[in-house]
Design a protein around this ligand. Structure first.
Ligand code: ZN
Length: 647
């Protein structure tokens, strides 16, 4: 008894330590606080003392980012109308040096929203917005491809690659664009991780960078050595890019920020997705134009990077460039000491109407009205020495002829102040989701195989007394694993889920390919698995494992002497009804998967799908077999259970 208590205590202690270790790991991995101090030490102080933010309109430029426009021929024409007025009214009011459009220019989805294809009409509409608004004459417009822009494209030279014909930039692949100013060069590196060939949806959700692309990217990064700053931009967040070691985050480590889109605020779950890489680069996902009409203004003011995420047509717009927010500081790349030496608070205020006042307060103390320096730049004299320690709140209220807006943020002049990004945002942006899915998938598959082998190889214990739930479950697991037909069916299914092709079909129109858990083979190319692992996990959890559980349950009832009709009759309704509701739901899901496959990759894929249609048929056959098969072993199990229950 004492040793049992002791063992329980030891187990509790081990569990506690394991949990503590796991939490420490999670917080260590995702905690962004405390990085500033480490990063600061890495920056070489080459700050010229004379360059400090003052009242002059110097050393500043700003740009705009828009993402996920999804021009659609079937849905919501207002997203195009409003994009046009954004180009004709909003952008002239902002007058950015540069506009970055980070992918998914078109929707490329069929009317039923399940299939995908490139529609020339959508591309023409997109181009007509650029032409009608004459925005290309006003500013540099860099529009890159997203996953939707590469759906169903056999290769980049294909006539279907309308991006080449109708976009403004027209060049696929990663590149380095230099924005030249009188105060230095600013590098913008595009990270193009779209797939080539581009499969139809949904196996196009993750981006992929191969070894050669990784090498080219590191060469591009080296080119930026003499630039004042580097910003990387791309469609996919780094957490959904499959890349070889050391990974895309490390190749962009000299950038102040990585700007991306793709996640569309996770359907409203995450309106703000910002975080910071271990190396200091800010990762700033922007919500979509498609449904949320988001856009971003970012600025370099005396090489201090600042930005604001906005909603279309909500004027006036405020961007406080000095002092910049403490949370978004990258001391490894930014000359943060300039804030402490600055003479003026600096604000960019934009509106389509005349701005009437720009009021500044710090820690709820009014500092007065900022004065227009030039264009949208407003400045107000301040003494940063008054705020040398701790955190402070700066609030700016801007009023135009019609409306008033207030923007506030926390700033600090101390080097070691640590602020934390939202943990959920960090989990989304800093996790290598495909690695996680891969590990989880392999773990689930191996666990099931090991479990099957254990019950196959271990001798079945003789039942004694009145067996409880666990004894009966173990008993029927032994029955399943010692009956060849069921053991090999489940074992082969589990192994096949991991290694076999799930379906063969037109992954790109006119080109037959095969989809495996570990990747897709199409047109002689191998696209590494990513979303496929997530689908593999759902297949295991929502079909293979419950199907095995149903077989185990049915076999136990067979050993108790029931047949199909009698078990429906005699088993308690509270057990039978939920079991069969679950069975019907699982089968319905598998049927839906077949239909989904037909809608996304065509009829051939639906018919040549061992993991979908064939499995559905095999499951029905197996479900029938379990109730009708008979063998000497089964009769022995029935006798054993009967003897044990009557004893
Ligand atoms: Zn998108």
């Amino acid at each position: 008894m004492v040793s049992l208590l002791c063992r329980v205590r030891m187990l509790k202690l081990a569990g506690g330590l394991l949990l503590a270790g796991l939490l420490a790991l999670i917080f260590g991995r995702y905690s962004t606080a405390g990085r500033r101090a480490q990063l600061h030490r890495r920056r070489l102080e080459n700050d010229r003392d004379s360059v400090v933010p003052g009242s002059e309109p110097d050393n500043i430029f700003w740009a705009v980012q828009v993402t996920d426009i999804h021009v659609s021929k079937f849905l919501d024409p207002t997203r195009i109308k409003e994009l046009e007025s954004f180009c004709t009214e909003s952008l002239p009011a902002i007058s950015p040096s540069l506009v970055l459009v980070t992918g998914d220019l078109t929707d490329a989805k069929t009317k039923d929203k399940l299939g995908s294809d490139q529609f020339e009409e959508e591309w023409k509409t997109y181009q007509s917005v650029l032409k009608k608004s004459r925005i290309l004459e006003r500013t540099k417009w860099i529009d890159i491809r997203g996953n939707h822009d590469s759906f169903n494209i056999p290769d980049l030279k294909s006539i279907k690659n309308f991006y080449r014909k109708y976009s403004a930039w027209q060049k696929e692949g990663s590149f380095h664009y230099i924005h030249q100013t009188s105060f230095g060069n600013y590098s913008f590196i595009c990270l193009d991780a779209t797939l080539n060939p581009g499969p139809k949806r949904p196996y196009n959700f993750f981006g992929v960078i191969d070894k050669n692309q990784m090498h080219s990217l590191s060469l591009l990064a080296m080119e930026t050595f003499h630039s004042n700053h580097t910003v990387w931009f791309g469609h996919y967040p780094t957490s959904v890019i499959v890349s070889p070691s050391p990974g895309v985050q490390s190749v962009m480590s000299s950038a102040v920020a990585y700007l991306c889109g793709h996640l569309h605020t996770l359907g409203g779950l995450a309106p703000v997705l910002h975080s910071q890489h271990q190396q200091g680069t800010l990762e700033l996902e922007l919500g979509d134009w498609m449904s949320n009409r988001r856009f971003r203004i970012f600025a370099f003011d005396h090489d201090l990077f600042s930005f604001v995420d906005l909603v279309y047509n909500d004027w006036p717009v405020i961007l406080i460039t000095n002092p910049k927010p403490a949370l978004y500081t990258n001391p490894a790349q930014e000359p943060t000491s300039r804030i402490l030496r600055s003479t003026h608070v600096r604000i960019l205020a934009f509106s389509t109407r005349p701005i009437t006042s720009v009021k500044v307060s710090i820690d709820n103390v009014d500092l007065g009205n900022a004065i227009q320096s030039s264009g949208p730049l407003y400045t107000l004299k301040w003494n940063p020495q008054n705020y040398k320690t701790g955190l402070h709140v700066i609030s700016v209220q801007v009023e135009d002829a019609e409306k008033r807006q207030i923007r506030s943020h926390l700033f600090s002049l101390e080097e070691d102040i640590s602020l934390e990004f939202n943990l959920f945002a960090s989990l989304i942006l800093l996790t290598d989701h495909y690695v996680l899915a891969q590990v989880l998938f392999v773990f689930i598959v191996l666990s099931q195989i090991v479990l099957l082998l254990i019950f196959r190889l271990k001798r079945k214990p003789i039942l004694k007394g009145q067996p409880g739930f666990f004894a009966l479950t173990s008993f029927s697991m032994h029955v399943l694993c010692k009956t060849n037909m069921f053991f090999f069916s489940v074992l082969v299914l589990t192994i096949y889920t991991a290694v076999g092709p799930w379906f063969i079909g037109e992954i790109v129109d006119g080109h037959i390919g095969a989809c495996f858990t570990f990747g897709i083979i199409i047109k002689g190319s191998f696209l590494r698995g990513s979303l496929t692992y997530f689908v593999g996990i759902t297949q295991m959890i929502f079909f293979n494992i419950p199907m095995t559980a149903y077989l185990v349950w049915s076999l136990l009832l067979r050993c108790k002497g029931h047949g199909f009709c009698s078990h429906l009759h005699y088993i308690r309704k509270s057990v039978c009804v939920p079991v069969y509701i679950l069975v019907i739901l699982l089968m319905a899901w598998q049927v839906y998967s077949c239909i989904f496959l037909m809608m996304t990759y065509g009829t051939l894929a639906a018919f040549l799908s061992p993991m979908k249609l064939w499995l559905l048929v095999a499951t029905i056959v197996l479900g029938r077999k379990v109730w009708w098969f008979s063998s000497p072993e089964l009769r022995a199990y029935i006798t054993e259970l009967k003897n044990c229950q009557s004893s």
